[in-house]
Design a protein around this ligand. Structure first.
Ligand code: ZN
Ligand code: ZN
Length: 186
């Protein structure tokens, strides 16, 4: 309901209960003022980002941003549902160090980095803790992951794709990365 005070149309916000100028509301008929609506939206966003779906959605958005910004020409068919599946598969365990973590401390990581032509697809993503993620450019950790965790990669890729040929494809790329690494360290 609009009231006119000092020739300025004003109304009361039903949340903060302050009388404010009509321009402080997004539209006629909205019960809360802009400030209260913004605070509410931010709170909802924080709550959503704290959920697995919110986290997955953020991870997907950020991967799309990177691909676009860097102009990577990679296969990109990842979905929010698939990222959720991967988080559930690892169930709080970092794929690299195998430490157990709170879901909030884990993030999505590409086994073969996008910068190396790795695809933004379910069979190329795992879940990594903050400390392993910081070392994500360290090829040693990837090489170790590939060498020592062959069975797990196998199990994992079968889980996400059911496609055996992808296992060989991934192994080939990772083995190439290992041999590059070994050549560099000579
Ligand atoms: Zn208000
Ligand atoms: Zn880790």
């Amino acid at each position: 309901m609009t009231i006119v005070i000092d020739n300025e149309p004003k109304r009361m916000c039903f949340k903060c209960e302050q009388v404010k100028l009509n321009t402080e509301f997004y539209r006629e008929g909205r019960p809360y003022c802009k400030e209260c609506e913004r605070t509410d939206a931010a709170k909802r966003m924080r709550e959503y980002n704290g959920t697995l779906r919110g986290k997955a959605s953020q991870a997907l958005q950020s991967s799309h941003k990177t691909i676009k910004k860097q102009g990577y020409e990679v296969l990109d068919d990842l979905t929010v549902e698939q990222i959720i599946e991967v988080f559930e598969f690892f169930d709080g365990v970092c794929a690299y160090c195998e430490g157990k973590f709170e879901q909030s401390q884990l993030s999505m990581d590409h086994i073969i980095p996008l910068s190396k032509g790795g695809a933004n697809t379910q069979s190329n993503i795992v879940v990594a803790c903050q400390s392993c993620n910081k070392r994500k450019h360290d090829r040693e950790i990837r090489a170790r992951f590939a060498k020592e965790k062959h069975d797990e990669i196998h199990r994992y890729i079968k889980f996400v794709s059911g496609d055996e040929s992808l296992v060989n494809e991934l192994e080939e790329v990772v083995l190439k990365m290992i041999s590059e690494k070994e050549r560099e360290s000579k």
